[in-house]
Design a protein around this ligand. Sequence first.
Ligand code: UDP
Length: 334
Amino acid sequence: MNHRRVLITGGAGFIGSHLTEELLSRDLAVTVIDNLSTGNWSNLDHLGHNKRLRVIVASAADPKLLEKEVPRHDFVYHLASAVGVKLIIDHPVHTVQNIVETTEVVTSMCSKYRKPVLLTSTSEVYGKSEDIPFREDADIVMGATSKRRWAYACAKALDEFLVLAHYYETNLPVFIVRLFNTVGPRQTGRYGMVLPSLVGQALNGAPMTVYGTGRQSRCFCSVHDVVNALARFLECPGAAGKVLNIGTNEEITIHGLAQKIKQLTGSRSEIQLIPYDQAYGPGFDDMMRRVPDLTRAKELLGWTPKRSLDDIIIGIASALAPADDGILAGVLAR
Ligand code: UDP
């Protein structure tokens, strides 16, 4: 496939900005559309000099803008989406509307102009399934609609259905990626993500907040590995019409993660267990484990994650800590 001009919705966000950088490094021309709701202008600051980058500050749900931009590009990455459990709990109406409306506008325009489109979905879609590791075609187990958290999973599942419907009805080349927990520099703890929150607390000597018992586990994949996988879709037409898990299967409990961060940063912070009700409000549902089956990603993209959790944590901590930070000096000198 010869995709020279790529459009990224949500390209100023945490993952979007790393994807922008990755695609520019592959000599592609990139247009970013981002309304800077959870994204941030500063995420792209270091790329501002690149003449192959255009940034449009606007909503990706604007049909007039998409009507103009989609036909000018060869491939569309649709990343724009409300993200983060905290945002979803605090603004449930915005979350559902934003996710579904934006995907509707983006996919209809891609369908009209026959442009390949990749949707970033989420491992939340597996819901409360305990069938570990999660395989893409396995059944999903959704929580009650009264628990706000599941609105995100359902909205993203609906996105997947819509995108796949275009594939079945008109053979539009569509790609669906279920991202597992993705971490790295520029991720903010503002929307509740655990790793930047714990690293920030460890560096500031503040109590490290572990929710629930801390025995729930996750697998944290480097954003650098994730965007490498996303870029490979440009050359893998065989992945069209399929859902692919992208993440790592190196599993760690959240309490174990806090201990690892504390040790790697040399922090004296105490680890504090906080009940879910106190952290998220009443009636919160968490999932205990979330591990991807990565067979399909390996077969179709030839991709496996490369970076270890220790290296990821050290990378995030050094991006957050001042250059002359005494705590980190010993660790970073290795
Ligand atoms: N969590 C935590 N402390 C925090 C933020 C999150 O213990 O400061 C927990 C959260 O309850 C969940 C896990 O860490 O069990 C991962 O949370 P995150 O929001 O990063 O991602 P999720 O996998 O839930 O989408």
